[in-house]
Write a protein that binds this ligand. Structure first.
Ligand code: IPE
Ligand code: IPE
Ligand code: MG
Ligand code: MG
Ligand code: MG
Length: 305
C-alpha cells in the first residue's frame, strides 16, 4: 500500500520518502556498475543517480494511490513508476548531446557525454529506453492486458506523433526561425507534457481505473505538463546554473522557441499559473482525496530548481 501523507509527517517528508522508494527500486532495476560491459552500466547509473526531482515517478505513484480500490496499489507500482524515470533520464542524456542542446552541465554534474564520451552517452540513453520496456514486459504482478496498455501509453508519449521525440525534433527545427504561439505550444506539449500526462495516466491504468478517472488525470497531466515546461523556460532566464544544476541562459543564446521568447516573462508566468488552476479543477471528480496531487502540482509550477 502506498503511504499517504498524514498530518504527522507532512507533504515534503512524504515526497522525500516516495523519492527514496523510487531511487532504491531504480537501483535494483539497473544492472550493477561492475556487470560486463561495465562502462555502459556506469554511464546509465551516473546519469540516473546524479540527482533529479523524480517528479514523473512520483506523479505516477500519487495517481495510483488516488485511483486504487481500498487504497491498495498494484504491487508493481514502484517498477511502473521507475520506467518513466528511465525514459526521462534517457531523454536528458540525448537532449544534452552536442547534436542537440550541447550542454555540459546536468543535475549539477558534467553531462554524460562529457563525463564518458559521446558514443557511451548515446548508448546509455538507448539502454535506459530499452530497459524501460523490458521492465514493463516483465512486471510480475500485472496482467498481460495491463502490461500492454502501459507499454502503449509510454511508447506513444515518448514517440514522434505529439510525443517527446516529435517535440524534440520541432524544438531543434524552430531554432532557425522566429517562434510563434502555435509552434511553442506544439513543442512544449509534445516534448514535455506528453510524458507528464503518461505519468499520471499510467498510475491510473495500473489500477484499472474507470475511464472518466483516466480522462480527468490526463487533462490534469497535460495542463500541468505544459505549465511545468513554461516554468522551465522562465527559470532558464531567471535562475542560476548553480541552483538549476544545468546551464542557465541557454535558451536565448540558442534562439530556442520558449514561452518567454514569444510572450515575455510576466505573461509566461501568468499562463503557467492559469494552467495550474485549470489542472487542479480537472481533479474535482476526486474531491478532497486529490489534495496530495494538487499540492504536487503547485510545487511543479511554483519552484526555483
Ligand atoms: C528537465 O526535467 C527537462 C524538462 C522536460 C523540462 P526536470 O526538471 O524534471 O529534470 P530533473 O529530472 O529534475 O533533473
Ligand atoms: C527538454 O527540454 C525536454 C526533453 C528532454 C524531452 P529542455 O531542453 O528545455 O530541457 P533542459 O532545460 O535542457 O532540462
Ligand atoms: Mg532541449
Ligand atoms: Mg536542453
Ligand atoms: Mg529548458
Amino acid at each position: 500500500m502506498i503511504p499517504t501523507p498524514s498530518a504527522a509527517i507532512g507533504i515534503s517528508t512524504h515526497w522525500e520518502l516516495q523519492k527514496r522508494r523510487i531511487e532504491s527500486r531504480l537501483d535494483a532495476l539497473v544492472p550493477a556498475a561492475d556487470v560486463r560491459p561495465a562502462r555502459i552500466h556506469q554511464a546509465m547509473r551516473y546519469s540516473l543517480f546524479a540527482g533529479g526531482k523524480r517528479l514523473r515517478p512520483i506523479l505516477c505513484m500519487e495517481s495510483a494511490a488516488l485511483t486504487a480500490v481500498n487504497g491498495d496499489s498494484n504491487a508493481d507500482i514502484e517498477a511502473i513508476s521507475c520506467t518513466l524515470e528511465l525514459i526521462h533520464t534517457y531523454s536528458l542524456i540525448h537532449d544534452d548531446l552536442p547534436a542537440l542542446d550541447n550542454d555540459d552541465l546536468r543535475r549539477g554534474k558534467p553531462t554524460c557525454h562529457v563525463q564518458f564520451d559521446e558514443a557511451t552517452a548515446i548508448l546509455a540513453g538507448d539502454a535506459l529506453l530499452t530497459l524501460a520496456f523490458q521492465v514493463i514486459a516483465m512486471l510480475p504482478h500485472s496482467s498481460a492486458a495491463i502490461r500492454s496498455l502501459l507499454a502503449a501509453e509510454l511508447s506513444t508519449a515518448a514517440g514522434t506523433v505529439n510525443g517527446m521525440i516529435g517535440g524534440q525534433v520541432v524544438d531543434l527545427e524552430a531554432m532557425k526561425s522566429k517562434a510563434t504561439p502555435e509552434l511553442v505550444q506544439y513543442i512544449h506539449c509534445s516534448k514535455t507534457a506528453a510524458l507528464i500526462t503518461a505519468s499520471v495516466a499510467m498510475g491510473a491504468i495500473a489500477e484499472s481505473a474507470a475511464s472518466a478517472e483516466v480522462a480527468a488525470l490526463k487533462q490534469f497531466g497535460s495542463d500541468i505538463g505544459l505549465a511545468f515546461q513554461i516554468t522551465d523556460d522562465v527559470l532558464d532566464v531567471q535562475g542560476t546554473s548553480a541552483s538549476l544544476g544545468k546551464t542557465a541562459g541557454k535558451d536565448h543564446a540558442q534562439n530556442k522557441a520558449t514561452y518567454p521568447a514569444v510572450y515575455g516573462l510576466d505573461v509566461s508566468r501568468a499562463m503557467g499559473i492559469k494552467l495550474l488552476e485549470q489542472a487542479k479543477e480537472s481533479l474535482s471528480i476526486f474531491g478532497a482525496r486529490a489534495s496530495t496531487l494538487k499540492q504536487l502540482a503547485d510545487s511543479l509550477v511554483i519552484r526555483d530548481s
